[in-house]
Design a protein around this ligand. Structure first.
Ligand code: SAH
Ligand code: SF4
Length: 391
């Protein structure tokens, strides 16, 4: 095969504008001599309308559009595989230009549509029940690659304002209720530990939350962490989204084994950081995730200790049936045991209207599409519905 001719533009000649925040976009426009209001117009087209072709930005002059085309591009990750589950959940395996891949999952429900987004390729942490934990960290995602997951999902679902869907809306069928947005919530619960890629996650989430852009409010964005204590306060101050903590155990000894990061930041330090998370009220609570592992952390004594531990923290508890993967050393708790655990937690006041949680299908996103894909059995889905603990 012949090498590219000398006149072909080099591959990285154009800079991707997706992922630039307001200040960076303004600076970029200043660099090409455009007036400041042009950056605001561009912001609208990129993040509110989801346009991927500068030619479609009809409020911009032809000359300016041509200048943009010469310097920039608006890239999305490439979908290398799509998996659709019977309940409407959709998983995309996304590929970036360097060949690395992550997963993004859309979970449609009656009242909401949740997008589960990845923050890293792999993870440095090695939680013993998590499949991603068996994959080494390959790299952090950039802000563009994180926001790009949300934008790609909007493309595929036809969920942009003004009905513009650059690639059509091939997967809108089976979406929730008419009239509502298909993506109403974003959870950083895909691959990776978001607080170990702090700046990129922050910059991306501020773009996602911008109400003149993608416009998903901070109350509808949840960042899940295994407990990177120093960055919890930073997340509160610099991002201000909802927080979820992967607790999974009530004693340090066990948590050290399940979530080895606990050796560095033990339960007490973690809960102190939670108590200090800004803006907590009964209406704005921290979600504590608790994976149900048979014979490991699912006794009634654990449930009691959990309630005691969380006393004084505005909290929700999300019980998650363990999602097994090939080679995993745990089993999911028996349904009866989950029920008992759940009833205790419920009687202690950790409940609100029962709804379908974004539990299992989100978790299935956690590194598993890259290997085996398991579907939820009807029984598991029912268990999830019955156990829903969040409002
Ligand atoms: N690294 C972050 C976010 C990604 S994991 C964190 O750990 O919080 C998102 C959630 O899925 C976490 O609560 C994690 O503990 C949970 N999880 C991972 N693997 C799981 C599995 N096989 N079954 C059930 N939950 C799992
Ligand atoms: Fe990483 Fe979260 Fe999986 Fe732990 S649970 S290995 S922190 S992705």
């Amino acid at each position: 095969m012949q090498a590219a001719s000398a006149t072909s533009p080099p591959l990285a000649a154009c800079r991707n504008l997706v992922g630039l925040g307001r200040a960076s976009l303004a600076a970029e426009m200043a660099d090409i001599g455009a007036e400041p209001f042009r950056a605001r117009q561009l912001w609208h087209w990129i993040y509110h309308r989801g346009v991927t072709d500068f030619a479609a930005m009809t409020s911009l002059s032809k000359g300016f559009r041509e200048r943009l085309m010469a310097h920039y591009e608006l890239c999305r990750p490439i979908v290398s595989r799509t998996l659709a589950s019977v309940d409407g959940t959709r998983k995309w395996l996304l590929r970036f230009p360097d060949g690395q891949e992550v997963e993004t999952v859309h979970i449609p429900e009656e009242e909401r549509g949740t997008l589960c987004v990845s923050s890293q390729v792999g993870c440095t942490l090695t939680c013993s029940f998590c499949h991603t934990g068996t994959q080494r960290l390959v790299r952090n995602l950039t802000p563009g690659e994180i926001v790009g997951q949300v934008m790609l999902a909007r493309d595929r679902l036809g969920d942009w304002s003004g009905g513009l869907a650059p690639q059509g809306a091939p997967e809108a069928a089976g979406a929730p209720k008419e009239g509502g947005r298909l993506i109403t919530n974003v959870v950083m619960m895909g691959m990776g530990e978001p607080l170990y890629n702090f700046e990129a996650v922050r910059d991306a989430l501020l773009i996602v939350a911008d109400n003149e852009g993608i416009g998903i409010s901070k109350r509808r964005i949840t960042l899940s962490t295994s407990g990177v204590v120093p960055n919890i306060a930073r997340a509160g101050a610099e991002i201000g989204v909802m927080l979820a903590i992967s607790l999974h155990a009530v004693r340090d000894e066990l948590r050290n084994e399940l979530v080895p990061l606990n050796r560095k930041y033990p339960i007490k330090e973690l809960l102190d950081a939670c108590r200090n998370y800004p803006g907590l009220t009964n209406a704005k609570r921290i979600t504590f995730e608790y994976v149900m592992l048979k014979g490991v952390n699912d006794s009634l004594a654990d449930a009691k200790a959990l309630v005691k531990l969380l006393k004084g923290i505005p909290a929700k508890i999300n019980l998650i049936p363990f999602n097994p993967w090939p080679g995993s050393r745990y089993e999911c708790s028996e349904w009866e045991q989950i029920e008992k655990f759940s009833e205790y937690v419920f009687s202690a006041g950790y409940s609100s209207p029962v709804r379908t949680p974004r539990g299992r299908d989100i978790l299935a996103a956690c590194g598993q599409l890259k290997s085996a894909t398991e579907k939820l059995s009807a029984r598991e889905r029912m268990a999830l519905r019955a156990m829903a603990m969040t409002d």
